[in-house]
Design a protein around this ligand. Structure first.
Ligand SMILES: Cc1ncc(COP(=O)(O)O)c(C=O)c1O
Length: 321
């Protein structure tokens, strides 16, 4: 099959996602423009950064004539959900190796993944920690046969290439590139893509959804691997803010929940508590504290993840409205 026809087949109809400007009194009083890239609208299930990360992986899998995608994730993983959905849309069998034990009834993320055909296998936390180790991967190949491996969170060089395309898209959508580019950081793959796409232009600010300051090293490592292929010369214009993780991955406090619910009421845009809620909470807090000079424009990526709200609300009692 010709490459162009594969690309055509893998294009989801709704890309490019819209860029939306937010207007309110705070932004007006501080002289700030805020734009949101609505990647949450890319597709109902393969949404946000997940589509960008999966796109070139799916193409590679097709080119290598693989029939099965195998990947790893936690029980509430957006990546597991999106990979299961993408498998269904693009005709791959999918296998998910899930950290921990199977708990019935399955949470909404895993129930959906199984419903659309992902074969779920629950592995011990100690095996899960070995997922990148060659011996463990051989054991997995011996057990599951031939497959295309996508790492946890979908982050690899192909994913970074997909995320870098976001910048090209925005160049077609806005007359001028915004001054600050903001995105949530889990593995840092999405931010690495944006850094690569901007190639030294503007300032990039990641907001860590996790505790710890490992992102500097991880992102530098990822960029050094892709710089030559993606022709990136300058990757010096970024930093990761670690002030808004609310205690760590999937941890939250009442002000975060209030922010998410108010943001929805004011803007009719749904955020979630793991990544995008923390991102926008951080952006608003920095705006209030005059981090961004008056006259600046901020661009923030809504990376999706809304599927996780059902599981979150089931665990914590319908906090997100
Ligand atoms: C909704 C959402 N936003 C942001 C991120 C962070 O992306 P990355 O792991 O590329 O830093 C993730 C995790 O992949 C996510 O699911």
């Amino acid at each position: 099959m010709q490459k162009s026809s594969i690309i055509l087949k893998l294009s989801l109809k709704s890309t490019p996602s819209p860029v939306q400007e937010i207007e309110n009194h705070l932004l007006q009083s501080k002289g700030i423009k805020l734009f949101i890239k609505r990647d949450d609208l890319i597709h109902p299930q393969v949404s946000g950064n997940k589509w960008r990360k999966l796109k070139y992986n799916l193409l590679a899998a097709k080119e290598q004539k693989k029939e099965t995608l195998l990947t790893f994730g936690g029980a509430f993983s957006n990546h597991i959900y999106a990979t299961a959905a993408a498998g269904k849309v693009f005709g791959f069998k999918t296998i998910g190796l899930i950290r921990g034990e199977r708990i019935e009834p399955l949470n909404p993320t895993l129930a959906y993944a199984e419903e659309v055909g992902m074969e779920l296998h629950f592995i011990t936390r100690s095996d899960y920690r070995r997922k990148e180790d060659a011996i463990y991967q051989k054991e997995v190949r011996d057990r599951f046969g031939d497959f295309f491996l996508i790492p946890e969170g979908g982050t690899n060089a192909a994913a970074i290439k997909g995320c870098a395309e976001l910048v090209e898209e925005v160049k077609q959508q806005l007359a001028e590139l915004p001054d600050y580019w903001c995105a949530s950081c889990g593995t840092g793959g999405t931010l690495s893509g944006i850094i690569a796409g901007l190639n030294g232009q503007k300032k990039i600010l990641g907001f860590s959804a996790l505790k710890g300051d490992f992102h500097q090293k991880d992102i530098r490592g990822m960029l050094s691997k892709v710089s030559a292929t993606l022709k990136v010369a300058d990757t010096s214009n970024w930093q990761v803010n670690t002030d808004y993780h609310f205690g760590g991955y999937a941890k939250f406090k009442p002000p975060l929940i209030d922010f998410i619910n108010t943001f929805k009421k004011d803007n009719n845009i749904q955020l979630e508590p793991i990544y995008t809620g923390k991102l926008f909470y951080g952006i608003y807090d920095l705006i209030k504290n005059d981090y961004f000079p008056s006259g600046s424009s901020i661009f923030a990526v809504h990376t999706g993840g809304l599927q996780g709200i059902a599981g979150f609300n089931r665990r914590f009692g319908n906090l997100i409205i």
